[in-house]
Write a protein that binds this ligand. Structure first.
Ligand SMILES: Nc1ncnc2c1ncn2[C@@H]1O[C@H](COP(=O)(O)OP(=O)(O)OP(=O)(O)O)[C@@H](O)[C@H]1O
Ligand SMILES: [Zn+2]
Length: 534
């Protein structure tokens, strides 16, 4: 059966399917924002994109969370899920599919997949003994535990001893195949440090892992032995596949995989790297399916050096942040300030300083002062009729602008969001400097109208390019800038903007023309007053 029929023009990516043991927090938002930025960028490139997010609703962790509130697990999940949906809306995250592992269609996919693995002879019964972290839903090596048998990720939780009959997946059989795969696809695991972690884990020798639980009923029954419940991770990873189904087709693997498989990018935090970079490809090899293209494990947002998380409860509420500062501000800060892949702490003073410096000053003031100067010094309220040809390539802004599009494209493709921002803001900073040096107000007084218009054109065009290249990260601000420059483009209407503002045209310096009628100068980002220290 030829299950896959993917074309170059499609791009499918996933966030983790988040556990619904509690409402989402800034860590959950971090991955989802990054995924949305990648999706938006791919759409600008003209690709057909499928952004998948969702929730992982089975397993002991969820069952216990529900029990502690005296609720039935399904009711509990149904109550938590809207908090994810609402947060994504608040953050302008435009996903295409929301995959819930309790969806009836998902069970059909899981059964079919299980059957393929079963028929490969990779599932057998055995005795599982070991330390289990319910918050990770994972067995841990004794040597990795903290004092008092606590989980290194959930430092407030003790692991539990398990000794039970389970079904196992023959992971050890895939040791060589996986090693060969990692070698042939050096970009499969990113960043490099994560790849090295995985290689060293695999080199230590892979052990089979159990894929069923007893004494737990919140999950799918194991198809060949319903007394057992399927291990939550086995079913969760397949949630990515179920998400690929069109809404109205029958839930079969063939239908799911036809258009979008293999997934181009799994974006995850480093806590769940092993599942995605080792277990998942092995399961797919066993089922005879092609492997995903790339897994990127980013770092942790930390509080006092510890991973923020629902279990630890040391989280930051993204809703409060968005309500106070707006979604663009939150999106921008986390992607600009923390190198993607590394850990980063949140600090409110830093947050305010970065937003004021970059969005309010470098970009916002730049646009505002330039538009005001056009009003004052030019006879018409259109972009000065200089055009790209009127500006020599040595012009300092054009010189940066000419190569910026390609540079930023590469940064986005490498998920180097911070680098993309730095490169884009170097153009905004150069523009501010250029205005100060050229002093169009003096040129105007000296009657050098053409020189004035050249300066203003070069700056407006640079602001446009910066706004365009930032649009995946700050779609609202970019749309406002575009509107003030006379484009009727809203980057939150991605269908429209990918057609009317494709990367091939809008990422090039020199697009503005005198046809553009300028709008009223309005601040695009209000300066934030730092909190008073009292
Ligand atoms: N502190 C964090 N920093 C960055 N990403 C995070 C953070 N916390 C969660 N995530 C994102 O959420 C994923 C884990 O989802 P999960 O539902 O387990 O959330 P969690 O808050 O870590 O839960 P818990 O604390 O119960 O383990 C990570 O792989 C990552 O994508
Ligand atoms: Zn844990």
């Amino acid at each position: 059966m030829n299950l896959v029929n993917k074309t170059e023009k499609t791009f499918a990516l996933t966030t983790p399917l988040y556990y619904v043991n509690d409402v989402p927090h800034i860590g959950s938002a971090y991955t989802t924002i990054a995924a949305d930025v990648v999706a938006r960028f791919q759409r600008l490139l003209g690709h057909q994109v499928l952004l998948i997010t969702g929730t992982d609703e089975h397993g002991q962790k969820i069952q216990r969370s529900a029990e502690s509130l005296g609720k039935a697990p399904q009711d509990f999940c149904d109550e938590i899920v809207p908090s994810f949906v609402n947060l994504w809306q608040l953050l302008d995250i435009q996903y295409d599919r929301f995959s819930r592992t309790t969806a009836p269609r998902h069970e059909a996919i899981v059964k079919e997949f299980f059957k393929r693995v079963w028929e490969s002879g990779d599932i057998y019964q055995g005795q599982q003994k070991g330390w289990y972290c319910v918050s990770c839903e994972e067995f841990k090596e004794e040597r990795d535990l903290l004092e008092g048998h606590r989980c290194p990720i959930h430092t407030n939780k003790e692991v539990e001893w398990r000794d039970e009959q389970n079904y196992f997946f023959r992971l050890s059989k895939y040791q060589t195949k996986l090693t060969e795969f990692y070698q042939s696809k050096p970009n499969f695991i990113q960043p490099e440090s994560r790849r090295n972690e995985v290689l060293s884990f695999v080199n230590q020798g892979l052990q089979d892992f159990s894929i069923s639980r007893v004494n737990l009923d919140w999950g799918f029954p194991v198809p060949v032995d319903p007394k057992h419940t399927l291990y939550v991770w086995f079913d969760a990873l397949l949630g990515y596949v179920t998400a690929l189904l069109e809404p109205d087709v029958e839930a079969t693997l063939e239908n799911a995989l036809e258009k979008w498989w293999p997934i181009n990018l799994h974006l995850i935090g480093k806590d769940i790297l092993r599942f995605h970079a080792v277990y998942w490809p092995a399961m797919l090899l066993s089922a005879g399916l092609p492997l995903p293209e790339r897994v990127f494990g980013h770092g942790f947002l930390t509080k006092d050096g510890q991973k923020m998380g629902k279990t630890l409860g040391n989280t930051l509420d993204p809703i409060a942040l968005v309500e106070r500062y707006g979604s663009d501000a939150v999106r921008y800060y986390f992607l600009k300030e923390i190198e993607f892949g590394k850990d980063g702490d949140f600090n409110e003073v830093r947050f305010i300083n970065v937003l004021n410096a970059d969005l309010a000053n470098d970009l916002g003031n730049l646009l505002n002062r330039t538009l005001s100067m056009v009003k004052k010094y030019c006879t018409e309220n259109n972009v000065p009729s200089i055009g790209n040809e009127g500006i020599p390539d040595e012009n300092p802004l054009k010189a940066i602008g000419l190569s910026l599009g390609e540079q930023v494209k590469q940064a986005y493709q490498e998920l180097a969001f911070s680098q993309a921002c730095v490169a884009i803001f170097s153009l905004a900073q150069a523009s501010n400097k250029f205005i100060d040096e050229q002093a169009p107000w003096s040129l105007y007084k000296q009657g050098q109208q053409e020189s004035v218009e050249k300066v203003l054109y070069a700056v407006l065009e640079s602001v446009r390019l910066a706004a365009y290249l930032l649009s995946p990260i700050i779609p609202n601000i970019s749309s406002d800038i575009y509107q003030q420059l006379g484009f009727g483009i809203n980057f939150n209407d991605q269908k429209q903007s990918s057609l009317t503002a494709p990367f091939a045209i809008h990422a090039k310096w020199g697009l503005l023309s005198s046809k553009q009628q300028l709008g009223k100068p309005q601040p695009i980002f209000q300066r934030i007053e730092p909190p008073k220290n009292d």
